[in-house]
Design a protein around this ligand. Structure first.
Ligand code: C2E
Ligand code: MG
Ligand code: MG
Ligand code: MG
Length: 284
């Protein structure tokens, strides 16, 4: 009996595996044509200065609208884009579209200093054409590199430190700033991270989530903020969802905040509308 059950579990398992492989393959094939078929668009989420309440940057978040599957989340397709190498053309597309659209937003809102934050994966950074392709985009969009921030997750940075470090250094020399995304989940130490040319830590939302429930988490977050400041880094809190979290971050002198409380990711046009409404409310 045990043996029979073992065998059927094994069959169920390999069936599930086969399904997963097929799904992966299907997604990968669809990704290959997604750029040409205009299935990608960028959502933008504002990043606010905690002390002044001003929008200081927009983070570009990639969206894939498939004609049959509907909207496919980046957590599902980015890993596939990375393993297949498609992240290189997709990442270049993101860079260009983000630079074009932020230019429009700056012009419409009269905010020439608004930063654009773009997520990048190490596969993209270490590709031999990355810097040349970035330079082309900057030139063609007349974009100021000092208003571009690249976000790289703590874990992906740790996985490829040696290859990525020289690229980060060159980016820094161009004036591009670097933020460590999802900070706190990768168990690296701040003393290690400051060896990198990094300007900002984005504290992962799991920590921000718990500051109201767990005193120990609040202590960890306030210690990170204090230490980062002593090391000359700025700190952004991700995933701010409640007023109480926001007030707490204000008291801790956190530099920037981002989250559903302050603004959800939106299309460029919706974001322009929403920022104009906010501004009018403030003026009245
Ligand atoms: P991320 O860069 O850490 O982006 C933050 C994610 O949290 C986004 O999910 C955003 O929609 C979500 N979020 C923002 N505020 C809140 C909040 O208050 N509560 C909650 N629960 N969630 C919030 P999204 O758009 O699904 O992106 C997931 C991840 O996919 C991103 O995490 C980023 O690592 C990756 N990604 C997105 N676009 C790109 C891209 O163009 N290139 C690369 N390489 N990765 C990307
Ligand atoms: Mg990010
Ligand atoms: Mg993050
Ligand atoms: Mg993330």
């Amino acid at each position: 009996e045990a043996k029979r059950r073992g065998r059927s579990q094994c069959q169920a398992f390999s069936q599930e595996m086969a399904q997963r492989v097929a799904r992966h393959h299907e997604l990968e094939q669809a990704l290959e044509t997604a750029i040409d078929r205009n299935q990608f668009w960028l959502a933008y989420q504002p990043q606010y200065d905690v002390a002044t309440g001003k929008v200081v940057a927009l983070e570009a978040l990639l969206r894939w609208q498939h004609p049959v599957w509907g909207s496919v989340g980046p957590d599902q397709f980015i890993p596939i884009a990375e393993s297949s190498g498609l992240i290189v053309p997709i990442g270049a597309w993101v860079m260009r579209r983000a630079c074009e659209e932020i230019g429009q937003v700056r012009a419409v809102l009269g905010e020439p200093e608004l930063r654009i934050a773009i997520n990048v994966s190490p596969h993209q950074l270490i590709h031999e054409d990355f810097l040349a392709s970035l330079n082309d985009t900057l030139r063609e969009c007349e974009a100021d590199p000092r208003l571009i921030e690249l976000e790289i997750t703590e874990t992906s940075l740790m996985d490829s430190v040696e290859d990525v470090l020289p690229i980060l250094t060159q980016l820094r020399e161009r004036g591009v700033s670097i933020a460590i995304d999802d900070f706190g989940t990768g168990f690296s130490s701040l003393s290690y991270l400051i060896r990198f040319p990094v300007q900002r830590l984005k504290i992962d939302r799991v920590f921000i989530n718990e500051i109201e429930q767990a005193d120990s988490q609040a202590t960890v977050v306030s210690a990170i903020i204090a230490m980062a400041h002593k090391l000359g880094l700025e700190v952004l809190a991700e995933g701010v969802e409640t007023e109480r979290q926001h007030h707490w971050l204000q008291r801790q002198k956190c530099d920037q905040a981002q989250g559903f409380l302050l603004g959800r990711p939106m299309s460029c046009a919706d974001l322009i509308d929403s920022l104009q409404i906010q501004r009018n409310l403030r003026l009245n």
